[in-house]
Design a protein around this ligand. Structure first.
Ligand code: AMP
Ligand code: MG
Length: 422
């Protein structure tokens, strides 16, 4: 697949079919047209998690800073020990964590030492306290210790001058601790991504009002808000926009002026698409795809000026599926993350029968549970793209490839868990 310079040139590629766009190809097209943020800002290490590091972070120090003990015990010169017999050494003093033994240790002497305490000069080995008997200023130690046993080396975690974290890396809890362990209080990160979103549809009403006949509450803005803030985006909720060309055009123009990314839901399907398409053709460059997937068939992607645009389908499950299958990865790239690994996918045994017609990829909703020898997955029931409760009950997507048809219990299927540990 070659990448043209302009989005509109895609349409001339031989293998480009907007009416049946494979999931992988849509992902690749989107990825080729993303321009990540470049503005940097400084934040306190406490606010590091979820942010993307803007430059390599080099350690100014060794961690740990000194050789120290991995055990409560006795620091000794290994040369004073016997391979297979006890020895008795004279006690020279004590090294506490944070309060090192400052004296010198002569041959034939040992120092009482605690976990994390600096190794006294001359000592290279620690005998754990369970293998020692101390009395009257002397200590008797068992034989058989290896040289360097129970000693942690200076710099064994991190060496001074080494690159600890790379620019473009999304930071997690361990990284906050790691940065703090270097004594660094502020780091350089990419500024947060601003994402504006609105819902379209005459049938939509706000919570707090009473829906009339045929009206429904707008739920998509709440899932979008949650998914976006979960990724660490700054959000701009623009509310519900009526199915009125002038109102939709104004909303797109305002959103594009205010944000790096515009997300809309509804109005991207056939029928609505025509007037939305005319508006977007005036404002920028947008392509409408029918993705070969279920749910989430209609998807618009493009740019208005420097702002990226995703027009998601209206059905609530389709919004979430397209968000997780396309938008999430794109947002992470736009935030400055240099490598976005694919969602972890593994095999689970189907616990209930599954209906599927060959021809497109399906993302059904499943409940993953530990089973003997591995994991089993049951479907959440009715799989309509309007059934948001099925998404709420689910804890994974069941990813079914294009050619797959109906499956019986016992079949192995690919699952993508919604949550990991971190
Ligand atoms: P559309 O893509 O506009 O044709 O919408 C497809 C379906 O999704 C219709 O049943 C809409 O009523 C529904 N829908 C659209 N937007 C929302 C929304 N924000 N919240 C809940 N349902 C919606
Ligand atoms: Mg609509």
């Amino acid at each position: 697949m070659t990448t043209p310079a302009r989005l509109s040139e895609l349409a001339t590629a031989d293998d480009y079919d907007p009416d049946s766009m494979p999931v992988e190809r849509a992902r690749a097209h989107i990825r080729a047209f993303l321009t990540p943020v470049t503005t940097l800002e400084r934040v306190h290490v406490r606010h590091a998690p979820g942010r993307v590091l803007g430059e390599d972070l080099v350690s100014p120090i060794h961690v740990p800073g000194h050789d120290n003990s991995a055990m409560d015990g006795w620091a000794v010169r290994h040369a004073d020990l016997q391979p297979d017999a006890d020895v008795t050494l004279q006690v020279a003093g004590t090294s506490f964590a944070g309060r090192p033994f400052e004296g010198s240790v002569a041959p034939g002497q040992a120092v009482r030492i605690f976990t994390g305490a600096v190794m006294p000069p001359g000592c290279d080995t620690v005998i754990m306290q369970e293998r020692a008997r101390a009395a009257d200023g002397r200590v008797t130690l068992g034989g058989g210790a290896k040289p360097g046993q129970n000693r942690r080396r200076a710099g064994e975690d991190i060496r001074a001058g080494s690159t600890v974290l790379s620019g473009g890396q999304r930071l997690r809890a361990a990284d906050a601790g790691l940065i703090a362990s270097l004594g660094i209080g502020e780091i350089t990160v990419f500024r947060r991504l601003r994402v504006a979103f609105f819902s379209t549809g005459d049938e939509l009403v706000q919570i707090g009002t009473t829906p009339g006949r045929g009206q429904i509450y707008d739920s998509n803005r709440y899932t979008l808000h949650a998914m976006l803030t979960g990724l660490g985006c700054e959000v701009l909720d623009m509310g519900v926009i009526r199915d009125d060309p002038a109102a939709v055009e104004l909303a797109f123009a305002q959103a594009a002026a205010a944000a790096d990314v515009v997300l809309t839901s509804g109005g991207a399907s056939v029928g609505d698409a025509d007037y939305v398409k005319q508006i977007l053709d005036r404002l920028g460059e947008v392509l409408f795809w029918k993705i070969a997937m279920k749910p989430g068939r209609p998807l618009a992607f493009g740019r208005i000026g420097n702002t990226h645009l995703f027009g998601l389908p209206g059905n609530p499950v389709a919004v979430m599926v397209t968000f997780y299958q396309f938008v999430r990865e794109a947002l992470l790239v736009l935030m400055g993350q240099s490598q976005v690994p694919p969602c972890p996918t593994f095999k689970a045994t189907l616990a209930s029968p599954l209906k599927k017609a060959p021809g497109r990829v399906e993302f059904q909703r499943g409940i993953l549970a530990p089973a003997e020898g591995g994991w089993s997955v049951a479907l959440t029931g009715e799989q309509g793209s309007n059934i948001l409760s099925s998404m709420s009950r689910a804890n994974c997507f069941v990813v079914l490839p294009t050619e797959c048809g109906n499956l019986a219990p016992g079949a192995l299927v690919d699952v993508q868990p919604f949550e990991g540990i971190l």
